[in-house]
Design a protein around this ligand. Sequence first.
Ligand code: SF4
Length: 63
Amino acid sequence: MVSKMQLHAVGEACPGYSYIGGDDLSSLDEGKEPVSCENCIHWVRGRCDIDLFDEVLSSLDQT
Ligand code: SF4
């Protein structure tokens, strides 16, 4: 099970992160929400569709 903290940490470090909510009304306040896989276009049904998640997560573990 992946935690919210991991989704956030991976999103911050991921070279493939791309914000999904460009025209979502909920993004209007401050125009920002925390970077996370959950709001990346590549996060599909609970996994990364370009398989960067495991790679980024394991690179984080080494620090
Ligand atoms: S969903 Fe994939 S591409 Fe997007 S931030 Fe997470 S690991 Fe990176």
